[in-house]
Each structure stands twice: as structure tokens, then as C-alpha cells.
Design a protein. Structure first.
Length: 456
């Protein structure tokens, strides 16, 4: 919703700051040339040429030359943001692997590319603005010379037309001088226009595809890129997840694990390949996907309302007895009973009155009330102390033992509870097997396990 609101705001800016000012400038351009033509056709032609440079040439030049630089700037910013976010969350990976300096060096290189690109943008804008001011200066000089020949006199009368013509240039210059910047901004709004145009047209008579039969997940030759010319976050991933399987997806921060989780949920559309649930592409299921796949994320959000309302988000029809049952299953019944107003106790904004482990247990209670057959655990134990983490893992797998579990993680505590482990590296599957098989036969897994346990 936040991205949609931003896109709508961009479209408003496109009309108010680019389209409308450009149309008004074009209309002024036509009227000015026609008006000057009444006095002198040759001079009107000269003004038409100089104004053409301001109204058409400079804006087009800005779009063509700076458009590629703006696209590169956006890609570098996205890359820095995603990598920095992932690596702050997984900073222990870099420390344990003694590759901290490697990341800092990479970050510095990308930061320098970004600064160089931004410097090129600023340099071009300064050069373009200088040319714009030169053209305006030439228009003033030309008008002064032409009017002095057209309206002869030393004061008053016809001589006043000289001042009138010359002084009219400056408010008109204000109307024209913003056009290059306005045209250049269209590159910023391009992605918003594409996203809004790609929104599906929802028909009241359209029938949604509903998964039936075994809820197996099939990932077939999956490729995903966030931007057309950006790196492939996932590259030719193929994976089968039968209903009821317990699968762990490992990988360092930024390897593509969370992107894969979003694709399984149908929140993203594959660049190539497919992610299907019971034979239906997950992105085609729409909002109904929440009936089949529940998610527990790194930081579950609790709303500023009662505990009861927070738990019923997954199932508004759940009665109080069902709520108490799931609270007992997740180990929070005693805590809820001790609160001043029980289930009617108000939760602080973002659930700050609860610890990290308690917030994750509340998220689990929501899942249990919803009773989705598939549960995605997207690194839910990040930032918890080892004791709380292990207790939470035990609760998760005890209460979800009848369900398909896809556990996205970057370390191996509790990994022995899984039936299968796959490892993603640079967007590709690098290894797969049961925890026991990998522990006995895979040297890389053995090293990762040793690092995770603090033995290396």
C-alpha cells in the first residue's frame, strides 16, 4: 500500500510539475511567435528559433543524456540499500567468516560509482542551465536591439514599448526555464507509471483460481530480477516442496532467500520460470493466497488495539475459547491472564510492551487461528538471544508439525528438525539434502555448522 501511495503521488507530480507546465509553455510559445509575427516576420522567426532551444531542445537533451545516468543512479541506490539492509541483519555472517573488510571494500566501490554518477548529473545540469541563461540573455539583447529600431523615440510614447517588450522577457523566462528539469523528472516517474499500468483489471465476474488437491509447491527454472538490467537475484532455481515437508532454505544475507519467499507467496512475479501451488501460479491466486500460506517474519507487527483483535486478524470468526486455546499452545496464556484487562488489554504501537520472543509467539498464534496448511518462517529468530531462540524454534515445530514448513534462515540452530536443507548462493542452489546427510558428507555444510556453533 505504501508503494501504491508513492506511485499515485508520483503521477500527481508528473501532471503538476511536468505535463501541465509543458503544455502551458508550448501554448505560450505559439502565441509569442504569432504575436511577434504581427510586428516583424523575420524577427518572429529568430525568436522562434531561440525559444525552440529552450522549449524543445534543452528538455529533450536532458531526458536523453541524463535519463541513462538517473537509471544508473537508481540501480546503484537500490543495490546499496538492499545489500546494506541484508548485511546489517546478517552482520554475524561476515564477522564469523572473517570477510568484514571484503564487504566494506565492495560498499566503498559501489558508493564511489554512485557519487561519480551523481557528480555527472550535477555537472550536466550546471552546463545546461548555463546554456539556458545564455539563450535568455541573447533574447533580451535581440529584443532590445529590435525594439530600439522598431519604436524610435527618446522618452514616453513609442519608446515605452522598448521597456515593455524587454521586461516581458523575465516572467516568460520563469515559465520556460523550468522545462528542462521538468522533462528530466519523467525518468523518475517511469517505474511508477509502469507499475500502475501493470495493475490487474479486476472484473466482478472474474473467477479466481483456487488451488485444489495436494498443496505441493513446484519451482521451475525460476529467474528473478528487480529491474530489467539489474543482476539476477535468483537464477534458474528448480525445487519441489511436497505438502507436509519441512524444508530449510539457507544462505548468507543477500543471497536471495527472502526474495524466494516473496515469490512463493505470490507477492512478486517471476522474470522467467514459474512458482506454482497445486498447479496454479502463486501470483495468479491473489489475496486468497493468505488462505494457504501464512508468514512469520523477522519483526511481526502488532497493532494499537486489543490483544484479542491482534490475534483475530488471521480469523475474525474465531471465538474467545479458540483464542485462549492457541495462546496456551504458544505458551502465552499465563501472560495474557496476568494482564490488567486480559484479552482486552491494549497493545502499544508496534507491540513494544512485548519482548521479541513474545511478539513471535503472538504471530504464531495468528497462524494457528488461521490454520493455513503452509507456513513460511522468514528468519523469525533474528536478534533473539540463544535461549529464547531455541525455545521459540521448539514451539514453532511442535505446533506446526502437521503443516508444510519453509524456513528461511542464515544460520543453523535447530536445523536438525528439518527433513531437507537447501543452500542458495548467488541466486543458485548449491547443495541439497537432509541435515544428517549433509553433516556426514558435505564439507561446506560441516564448516557452516562449525562456524554457527562457534567452533571456528
Amino acid at each position: 500500500m505504501g508503494l501504491l501511495a508513492e506511485d499515485i503521488n508520483h503521477i500527481q507530480n508528473l501532471y503538476l510539475r511536468t505535463i501541465f507546465p509543458t503544455i502551458i509553455a508550448w501554448i505560450l510559445y505559439v502565441f509569442l511567435v504569432i504575436g511577434l509575427g504581427v510586428f516583424s516576420i523575420p524577427f518572429a522567426f529568430l525568436m522562434a528559433l531561440m525559444l525552440f532551444g529552450i522549449v524543445f531542445v534543452l528538455p529533450l537533451w536532458s531526458v536523453v543524456v541524463n535519463g541513462a545516468r538517473q537509471e544508473k543512479e537508481k540501480q546503484l541506490k537500490n543495490e546499496l540499500y538492499s545489500e546494506l539492509t541484508d548485511n546489517v541483519i546478517g552482520v554475524s555472517d561476515w564477522i564469523f567468516s572473517q570477510r568484514g573488510q571484503e564487504y566494506v571494500s565492495w560498499h566503498d566501490q559501489v558508493e564511489k560509482k554512485l557519487q561519480d554518477t551523481q557528480a555527472s548529473l550535477r555537472k550536466f545540469n550546471r552546463r545546461r542551465d548555463f546554456i539556458l541563461q545564455v539563450i535568455i540573455g541573447l533574447i533580451v539583447v535581440a529584443l532590445l536591439f529590435w525594439t530600439s529600431q522598431q519604436f524610435i523615440g527618446d522618452h514616453g510614447g513609442a519608446a515605452n514599448w522598448i521597456a515593455a517588450f524587454v521586461l516581458s522577457v523575465f516572467p516568460l523566462a520563469d515559465a520556460f526555464s523550468g522545462l528542462p528539469d521538468a522533462a528530466q523528472e519523467t525518468n523518475i516517474y517511469k517505474d511508477s507509471i509502469k507499475r500502475l499500468n501493470d495493475l490487474p483489471i479486476i472484473s466482478e465476474n472474474s473467477t479466481k483460481k483456487v488451488p485444489e488437491g495436494p498443496l505441493d509447491i513446484e519451482i521451475q527454472h525460476l529467474v528473478f530480477q528487480y529491474e530489467k538490467n539489474s543482476r539476477k537475484v535468483l537464477n534458474d532455481i528448480s525445487l519441489s516442496i511436497p505438502q507436509g515437508e519441512k524444508l530449510a532454505i539457507l544462505g548468507r544475507s543477500g543471497s536471495g532467500k527472502s526474495t524466494l519467499a516473496s515469490l512463493i507467496r505470490g507477492d512478486l512475479t517471476p522474470t522467467n520460470g514459474n512458482v506454482v501451488l497445486a498447479g496454479i501460479a502463486t501470483e495468479q491466486i491473489g489475496d486468497e493466497i493468505s488462505e494457504y500460506i501464512g508468514v512469520i517474519q523477522q519483526t511481526p507487527y502488532l497493532f494499537h488495539t486489543t490483544i484479542l483483535n491482534n490475534l483475530r486478524i488471521g480469523n475474525e470468526q474465531a471465538d474467545v475459547a479458540q483464542v485462549w486455546e492457541v495462546l496456551e499452545r504458544v505458551g502465552l496464556k499465563q501472560l495474557a491472564e496476568s494482564l490488567p484487562d486480559g484479552l482486552n488489554t491494549m497493545v502499544d504501537e508496534a507491540g513494544l510492551r512485548f519482548s521479541g520472543g513474545e511478539r513471535h509467539r503472538i504471530a504464531l498464534a495468528r497462524i494457528l487461528l488461521k490454520d493455513t496448511p503452509i507456513v513460511l518462517l522468514d528468519e523469525p529468530t533474528v536478534g533473539l538471544d540463544p535461549i529464547t531462540e531455541q525455545a521459540l524454534i521448539d514451539t514453532f515445530f511442535e505446533q506446526l508439525k502437521e503443516k508444510t514448513i519453509i524456513w528461511i534462515t542464515h544460520h543453523l540452530q535447530g536445523i536438525e528438525k528439518m527433513q531437507r536443507v537447501v543452500f542458495i548462493e548467488d541466486g543458485q542452489l548449491e547443495m541439497s539434502g537432509s541435515p544428517l546427510e549433509l553433516a556426514n558428507n558435505n564439507s561446506r555444510y560441516q564448516k557452516l555448522k562449525a562456524i554457527d556453533e562457534g567452533k571456528i
